[in-house]
Write a protein that binds this ligand. Structure first.
Ligand code: FES
Length: 113
């Protein structure tokens, strides 16, 4: 089966060093994901903490810790690397966020499935 892509947002919707959450419609239903833009790259993960499966944001679009260097779960403050989703502190240390494949095309971000 060939790969499909689904529009998420404009690249400009995610400021450098910031994050945004999205519910993306796909043929298999809505996928709750979030994007982080860092040093010109876009990283994408499912909005589901490996500790309980709950969402990571306590305020919409807030997925990063105060200095913006790590992803932080709102529920029990687990910390994850932006670059690969690895949990480096907290109750799910050693586990990882589920990465989502995205592509930037013509200044738009697409979910690939
Ligand atoms: S739900 Fe994320 S650290 Fe507990």
């Amino acid at each position: 089966m060939s790969e499909q892509s689904f529009p998420i947002c404009a690249l400009a919707d995610i400021p450098e060093g910031d994050s945004r959450g999205f519910s993306v419609q796909t043929p298999s239903g809505y996928q709750d994901i979030f994007l982080v833009r860092k040093q010109g790259r876009v990283f994408a993960y499912m909005n589901s903490c490996p500790h309980t499966g709950g969402p990571l944001d306590w305020v919409p679009d807030r997925f990063l810790n105060l200095d913006g260097e790590l992803i932080q779960c709102a529920t029990h403050a687990a910390l994850f690397r932006i670059e690969n989703g690895d949990c480096v502190a907290g109750p799910c240390a050693g586990q990882a966020l589920t990465a989502v494949r995205v592509e930037v095309r013509n200044e738009e971000v697409f979910l690939l499935k």
